[in-house]
Design a protein around this ligand. Structure first.
Ligand SMILES: [Zn+2]
Ligand SMILES: [Zn+2]
Length: 273
């Protein structure tokens, strides 16, 4: 927001002073980063998913920031505040990528394409939370307010009990610094995410955590990455189905869950469907 607008929206002197201070603070913070940049390229993004930033020549020490932006963002002057928020958010990603402490690497994510996509999506979400949280601390407007980010987080991790889910989100939101590797391992492995931000209690034990079936984790029966879990088959299936499964998998318990296909197979086998 520029000074002219600030005075249009609110002309009390106090808020103007605040506005100016905010601006200076950001510039001080950003100067070191700015001086490292050799070039910034703005390219046209073909769609929303294509939008974002990347840093080329990261290692050579002459970094070029590539910014892909939807052309439509420039079309409507009323949306310029959103454009500004988008650019600041993306520059934060770029700054992380150039920060030796963050230690960004083009990491190989193992697994089949859908597992890879899920891990990538969770990784992006966690990184976005980390970006927006730092901007929020400096009272700089980002692309999404905290509660909207929480709803996104909620969507990916709704199988974690509410209290713990909140705790993890708040932990990440308030984190001082995190590395690329940490974000990636938290996106890959639920236990890493949980143990970093919350303590296990009597109400939520490591055992409870093991019974949380996130999308993309393998079905204990067929071992395939699973997107449609039946979390506790005993609560929805006939006892004969459970028994049929346990004949093949004596150690399996209902709380271990299974994919919906396996459940269907065993329902057929038990003759209950
Ligand atoms: Zn982002
Ligand atoms: Zn299965």
């Amino acid at each position: 927001m520029n000074a002219e607008e600030a005075s249009l929206e609110d002309d009390t002197p106090a808020s103007n002073i605040e506005e100016v201070e905010r601006h200076v603070e950001y510039e001080d913070e950003g100067r070191q980063f700015e001086e490292k940049i050799k070039e910034i390229m703005v390219k046209r993004a073909i769609n929303k998913v294509d939008e974002g930033s990347n840093v080329l020549n990261r290692v050579s020490g002459l970094p070029v920031i590539e910014m892909r932006v939807l052309a439509s963002r420039f079309a409507n002057p009323e949306e310029h505040e959103e454009l500004e928020a988008f650019l600041i958010h993306e520059f934060m990603h770029a700054r992380d990528m150039m920060d030796p402490e963050f230690d960004y690497e083009d990491a190989f994510i193992p697994g089949n394409p859908s597992v890879k996509n899920l891990i990538t999506a969770r990784f992006r979400l966690l990184w976005n939370i980390y970006v927006d949280a730092r901007l929020a601390k400096k009272k700089i407007k980002s692309v999404m307010p905290k509660e909207a980010r929480y709803r996104e987080f909620d969507n990916y991790y709704r199988k974690i009990p509410e209290e713990q889910r909140r705790g993890i989100f708040e932990g990440l939101w308030n984190t001082e610094s995190v590395t690329h590797e940490e974000l990636l391992s938290m996106a890959t492995d639920l236990e890493t995410l949980i143990s970093k931000y919350i303590d296990y209690t009597e109400d939520f034990t490591p055992e409870d955590q093991e019974y949380i079936h996130l999308q993309g984790s393998p079905c204990p029966l067929c071992k395939f990455p699973t997107y449609n879990w039946v979390d506790d088959p005993a609560s929805v299936c006939d006892e004969m189905v459970i028994e049929a499964i346990q004949i093949d998998f004596p150690d399996w318990e209902s709380k271990d869950g299974a994919c919906d296909r396996c459940i269907e197979v065993y329902e057929l086998r038990a003759g209950t469907s």
